[in-house]
Write a protein that binds this ligand. Structure first.
Ligand SMILES: Cc1cc2nc3c(=O)[nH]c(=O)nc-3n(C[C@H](O)[C@H](O)[C@H](O)COP(=O)(O)OP(=O)(O)OC[C@H]3O[C@@H](n4cnc5c(N)ncnc54)[C@H](O)[C@@H]3O)c2cc1C
Length: 186
């Protein structure tokens, strides 16, 4: 079975890994010109940690990750006004806990499949058509290809979901919160 995965984030790369293990042939198409780096720091533990362990990538993830000591809320002069130690999370998770950039996690996973799975960067699925026997995917840049299955792993605002299940507004509920993130040297 030929599977097309849209998106080379954490979900898309993990899926490609496990499909390969089950003997499926998969192709990943990623809109970005290369594997995305950086991104928001995520706390990695629980089910995700266990899956990464089964994939044998924990040493790599620990190497790339950071051990955060404390989350601080600071005032306009940079003085701490509130916060909490992160060590408590690590203790609860019995050390099976690390913080790392979203892109670094995806890159660690991608490293396990890059020689076995076809990856197309800088392209995306423009149109899909279901026929009797297969699925026709028209790529923006590289033309039409046949697959048996298309899986949308293209994130929260999935473009794959839209033509099949309807507009984004049906699946997202704005809760009134906003987050701003930026990177600092070191
Ligand atoms: C501020 C913030 C904090 C978070 N903190 C945590 C945390 O502490 N712990 C935790 O577990 N999770 C956390 N998350 C959630 C976590 O980042 C997401 O659950 C995770 O990144 C989802 O992975 P994904 O692969 O589904 O999607 P994404 O990481 O969004 O990847 C989607 C990929 O698809 C690509 N793409 C998009 N559109 C197309 C297209 N049309 N065609 C082809 N490719 C496309 C994108 O370029 C991207 O590479 C946080 C998220 C945010 C925003």
């Amino acid at each position: 079975m030929k599977v097309l995965i849209s998106g080379a984030g954490i979900a898309g790369t993990t899926l490609a890994y496990w499909l390969k293990h089950q003997g499926f042939e998969s192709t990943i198409v990623e809109a970005a010109p290369k594997l995305r780096t950086g991104g928001y720091i995520i706390d990695f533990w629980g089910a995700g940690f266990e899956i990464a362990e089964r994939m044998g990538i924990i040493p790599e993830i620990m190497k790339r990750g950071d051990r955060i000591r404390e989350v601080k809320v600071v005032n306009e002069r940079g003085h701490r006004i509130a916060g909490f130690p992160v060590e408590a999370f690590s203790q609860i998770a019995q050390g099976r806990y690390v913080s790392l950039a979203r892109g670094d996690l995806a890159a660690s996973i991608f490293g396990t499949i890059e020689h076995d799975v076809e990856a197309i960067f800088g392209d995306s699925v423009d149109r899909i058509e279901q026929t009797e026997s297969c699925l026709l995917a028209s790529f923006k840049r590289t033309g039409v290809r046949y697959f048996d299955l298309l899986i949308g792993a293209d994130g929260l605002h999935s473009r794959t979901r839209q033509p099949v299940f309807g507009p984004q507004s049906r699946f997202e509920k704005y809760l009134g919160f906003k987050v701003a993130a930026f990177e600092l040297a070191g």
